[in-house]
Design a protein around this ligand. Structure first.
Ligand code: NDP
Ligand code: AKG
Length: 428
């Protein structure tokens, strides 16, 4: 791969938003695609459809507030749209477009029969009461109802959305349809058609893909030092998996700050502290450190499980880990990607590393449609098998073509998507 950051001429290197990052990734992948699929690449460079909605709600004090929401379906060639809903103050259309596009590639990499979609509302949910959050969720769901359906577009959790939010999505959609529609959303509570294993699935998949890479790199997981950015759904589950496998979680960072413990945290105790106190600082065994020190942590493995654009040209040279796992979507900028590659640091890309969540969402959808539910052991075993197979395919392609794991994963995913287009026929 070239060491020159190859950005389409109409984009500026310093101002890459998530959508532009996706375009750069596609640009890098195109030369490696089968020649007969290359003319179809423009299909990937714009979303199939995007809906912008106004989400008005009445606040508890009686005033009205208006929020902007989105649902983007990037590509539906391989099945209904699938992807989470994010509530965050920095949600933009560009971000949701990129997140939906990464879902297209991710769903194809693990070969689940979905296209790519994503949704979001620009809101700080931490500033809303539970009743306001419910009203926001219900109004947003009603506004995007025209796109949703178990065979059209199936949301799931993402940042700041959880099982309760998914239950409200399911209920609102069902009210508007006049029937109970379990299969319209995944990541629901288990007592409401949710799947065993979904809550931890993304973090478990992060662990499985890291273990696969570590084995090939000759890095023992037992005793390995792990730093994790993001201690929410993905980061917390991943931390427990690493700790249970004998690794030492030596640094953690969330929006409240960064903490370190070279001996390794009791991650369950840290989570309990975080829930009770609303911050990582002061957790058992924790020394507070700066964000710069977090990135420079002396660790073997770094898991990025928070937001986009966290590993940048500014901190990529400080990272000491040999292996980086992208639990988050889009945590590494294209420029940082090249720096890490030059430094010989292996990056397991988001479209592979965090695909455990959508894989178990697929199981949830299948279980809801068939009204037949599986055991947790069965779900975890199937998840691990799918992730190991996807990992092997990506690793092998990267080795054979001499490309990064990200480019290899994109080649696998994009070729599946574009082959589906080719087989369906080009529109007259
Ligand atoms: N949930 C899922 O199944 C899947 C999620 N993902 C991706 O994983 C990532 C995390 O999602 P998820 O765990 O669900 O979200 P959560 O909302 O559960 O957790 C997000 C975590 O990121 C932290 N965070 C937010 N902003 C910052 C910041 N500026 N610096 C450091 N940490 C920050 C939050 O801290 P705080 O709690 O202090 O706000 C929290 O610990 C996202 O990129 C998401 O798209 C990918 C696949 C599936
Ligand atoms: O579980 C799902 O359907 C999608 C989860 C998600 O949003 C993601 O993988 O980024």
């Amino acid at each position: 791969m070239s060491n020159v950051l190859h950005i389409p001429s109409y984009l500026s290197a310093e101002h890459l938003g998530p959508w532009e990052t996706f375009l750069v990734q596609i640009d890098r992948v195109e030369p490696h695609l089968a020649a007969e699929l290359r003319p179809l690449v423009p299909i990937l460079t714009r979303p199939m459809r995007a809906l912008i909605v106004n989400v008005p709600i009445r606040l508890d004090n009686g005033e009205m507030a208006h929020f902007e929401g989105y649902r983007v379906q990037h590509n539906l060639s391989r099945g209904p749209g699938k992807g989470g809903i994010r509530f965050h103050p920095r949600v933009t259309l560009s971000e949701v477009m990129a997140l939906s596009a990464w879902m297209t590639v991710k769903n194809a990499v693990v070969n689940v029969p979905f296209g790519g979609a994503k949704g979001g509302v620009r809101v700080d949910p931490k500033g809303l009461s539970p009743a306001e959050l419910e009203r926001l969720t219900r109004r947003y769901t009603s506004e995007i109802h025209i796109l949703l359906g178990q065979d059209k577009d199936i949301p799931a959790p993402d940042i700041n959305t959880n099982e309760q939010v998914m239950a409200w999505v399911m209920d609102t959609y069902s009210m508007n349809e006049g029937r109970t529609a379990m299969g319209v959303v995944t990541g629901k509570p288990v007592s409401l058609g949710g799947s065993l294993g979904r809550r931890d699935a993304t973090g478990r998949g992060v662990f499985v893909s890291t273990a696969e890479a570590a084995r090939r790199l000759g890095l023992e997981i037992a005793g390995a030092r792990v730093a994790i950015q993001g201690f929410g759904n993905v980061g917390d589950a991943a931390a427990r998996c690493f700790a249970d496998a004998g690794a030492r979680v030596v640094a953690l960072q969330d929006d409240s700050g960064s903490i370190a413990n070279p001996g390794g945290f009791d991650v369950r105790a840290v989570k309990a502290w975080r829930l009770e106190h609303g911050m990582l600082a002061g957790a058992p065994g924790a020394e507070s450190i700066s964000a710069d020190d977090f990135w420079a942590t002396d660790a073997d493995i770094l898991v990025a499980a928070a937001l986009e654009n966290q590993i940048t040209a500014a901190n990529a040279r400080q990272i000491r880990a040999r292996l980086i796992t992208e639990g988050a979507n889009g945590p590494t900028t294209p420029e940082a990607d090249l720096i890490l590659q030059d430094r010989g640091i292996t990056v397991i890309p988001d479209v592979l590393a965090n695909s455990g969540g959508v894989t178990v969402s697929y199981f949830e959808w299948v279980q809801d449609i068939s009204a037949f539910f599986w055991s947790e052991e069965e779900i975890n075993a199937r998840l691990e098998r799918i992730m190991r197979e996807a990992f092997s395919a990506v690793w092998e392609a990267a080795r054979q073509k001499g490309i990064s794991l990200r480019t290899a994963a994109f080649v696998l995913g994009c070729e599946r998507v574009l082959t589906a287009h080719k087989l369906r026929g080009l529109y007259p």
